[in-house]
Ligand binder design. Structure first.
Ligand SMILES: [Zn+2]
Ligand SMILES: [Zn+2]
Length: 109
């Protein structure tokens, strides 16, 4: 019963950067893909698009943490670079279901 927290964290990507600090969703490769700002803070695509919309779709976006302004290529949040450290981990996770590590009965030579 007391291992609840452990069980919850076991499935996640290690580190604090695996979730968006605005919506607290885990990053994925779709709506919540991790976008890297030039201040090196990372937020999900969806939150940054909402933020950008609220700010009137300008040429830059203001980081909600440190207020640093990051210019958007062609004024599009999508054009920001991904946080590749996270996207690579996510794509590895997708390719390798957890079961395949322990569930193989015996590999043929
Ligand atoms: Zn978010
Ligand atoms: Zn920042």
């Amino acid at each position: 019963m007391e291992n609840m927290a452990e069980a919850l964290s076991a499935g996640g990507i290690h580190g604090e950067e695996s979730e968006c600090k605005i919506c607290y969703n885990y990053f994925d490769l779709e709506r919540h893909s991790p976008k890297l700002l030039s201040c090196s803070h990372t937020f999900c695509l969806e939150c940054l698009e909402t933020l950008h919309f609220r700010e009137g779709r300008g040429w830059r976006i203001v980081c909600p943490v440190c207020r640093h302004r990051t210019p958007l290529p062609e004024r599009r949040v999508r054009n920001l670079p991904d946080n590749t450290a996270l996207t690579e981990e996510l794509s590895h996770k997708k390719r390798e279901p957890e079961d395949s590590l322990n569930g193989i009965p015996g590999q043929s030579p």
